[in-house]
Design a protein around this ligand. Structure first.
Ligand code: UD1
Length: 430
């Protein structure tokens, strides 16, 4: 198994290219199941999760080809995938595939919408809490599907197709909103989705669906109104920049110090994060190229943070921000309200010398003057990158084990950080 070695102490300077968002790319790769025509996606990040999803889609009969680079395209640009679900040969998504990646559960919506039936295994994914799918299923039922759970599988049927309905989510869920939208676009009649998630990745997927002929109003708000159409057509779409990757590197610069431009980053998707980073003493500016992050010598200031659905502070940056706070000049409180078990990075940060105490859903972080390198273990995708951030400022060498978690969501992390002066390298495992 690969490991990543980090020797702390280097300031960062230069340019980091921000990749396409994993959390937009994955649902966007599933959207083509809704049409027999080809959907071309640009800027798909080169991630293990995206490769895994390709295999899952191929299992349903989807044809995926990777196009070469276009003239004038930046070397950092992601892949272009041409995805064609002309014929769907299989409406079952088996446990062996879905259990490896939670996002693949989203095939359920498009499969019922287009084929009238689907059988999809209950998902697996990151170990950050129970992560149920009850709200996905309730949404399909409101659209007229009959769903039963049998032997770990959701069996869904909609004889005569899905019908528009009124969906009101009890809480904001990114996954359930994607599921409801993907199903409703081909349902007969009108659908209203209340308390919808409004994350930029939801907007990106909705905008792609509109290009394909879907009728969706209220994009980017808590209420979506969808008028079903009988068919969707092919289109071309570029995956939105990854706000979580951008926020992660911004915090890395905050921790290590320096001056870095995050090329392609979308400051407009990071309002709350930018405000929080400024309070912590980072100099953040929006530029023509993206975002520029500087920290010049001054210490990091403690800031209290509570995770919330967008436009609040993202749970996917909670661990990274805690990494930054470990060396703040004072005490900060970090509350996690989205997932109940998302503090697994705490014990690993403590191995590096951080002073963190957990009180239920709140972590109390007392900034320390010094962290020291150690062996640490990646426990989930975002948790593992918080250890990288802490290690950039730690004295000596940190060895991060179980790097496969990182590879699910960060494209060429060691390459991007090395290019701006960090001492980070991957050691290939047996
Ligand atoms: C997505 C993101 C993940 C991010 C999360 C919250 C992807 C691939 N993943 O995950 O990176 O951390 O949004 O921003 O885009 N819930 C239910 N019932 C359901 C569905 C969800 O109770 O049917 C609950 C969850 O337990 C959680 C909350 O709703 O407490 C939010 O979860 P959700 O937004 O659905 O997260 P994911 O879509 O799994």
């Amino acid at each position: 198994m690969d490991r990543i070695r980090i020797r702390g102490g280097n300031k960062l300077s230069g340019v980091i290219d921000i990749s396409g968002a994993k959390n937009a790319a994955l649902p966007l790769m599933i959207v083509p199941l809704l049409t027999p025509e080809t959907v071309t996606l640009h800027n798909v990040p080169r991630l293990v999760d995206a490769q895994r999803l390709q295999r899952i889609l191929q299992n349903h009969g989807v044809d995926i080809t990777t196009a070469g680079k276009r003239v004038g395209q930046l070397s950092a640009a992601g892949e272009t995938l041409k995805i064609s679900a002309k014929t769907i040969t299989d409406t079952t998504a088996p446990y062996e595939l879905v259990s490896k990646m939670r996002a693949s559960f989203w095939v359920l919506g498009p499969l019922i919408a287009r084929m009238g039936e689907a059988k999809v295994s209950l998902p697996g994914g990151c170990a950050i809490g129970t992560r149920p799918v009850d709200m996905h299923i309730q949404a399909f039922e409101k659209l007229g599907a009959e769903c039963v759970i049998e032997q770990g599988y959701v069996l869904a049927k909609a004889k005569g197709g899905l019908k528009g309905g009124h969906i009101s989510f009890a809480k904001v869920s990114v996954g359930a909103t994607h599921a409801a939208v993907m199903a409703a676009v081909l349902a007969k009649g009108d659908t209203t989705i209340e308390n919808a998630a409004m994350e930029p990745e939801i907007t990106d997927v909705a905008e792609c669906l509109v290009k394909m002929g879907a009728k969706i109003e209220g994009i980017g708000t808590r209420t979506l109104n969808i008028t079903g159409v009988t068919s969707l057509h092919g289109t071309e779409h570029t995956v939105v920049a990854d706000r979580i990757e951008a926020g992660t590197y911004a915090m890395a610069v905050g921790m290590a110090g320096g001056d870095v431009t995050l090329r392609g980053a979308r400051a407009d998707t990071l309002d709350d994060v930018i405000l929080t980073m400024r309070r912590a003493g980072l100099d953040v500016t929006s530029t023509n190229e993206g975002m520029r992050i500087k920290r010049n010598g001054t210490g990091i200031l403690p800031v209290d943070v509570t995770t919330d659905p967008y436009p609040g502070f993202p749970t996917d940056l909670q661990a990274q921000f805690m990494g930054l706070m470990t060396m703040a000049k004072g005490k900060s409180h970090i509350r996690e309200t989205i997932f109940e078990n998302r503090f697994m990075h705490v014990q690993e940060l403590v191995r590096l010398g951080a002073d963190i105490h957990l009180h239920g859903d709140m972590a109390e972080v007392r900034g320390v003057a010094k962290l020291t390198g150690a062996d640490v273990m990646a426990t989930d995708l975002r948790a593992s990158v918080s250890l990288v951030i802490a290690a950039l400022a730690a004295e000596g060498e940190t060895m991060l084990h179980r790097v496969y978690h990182l590879d699910r969501g960060f494209e060429d992390l060691e390459g991007k950080l090395s290019a701006v002066g960090a001492d980070v390298s991957r050691i290939a495992g047996a």
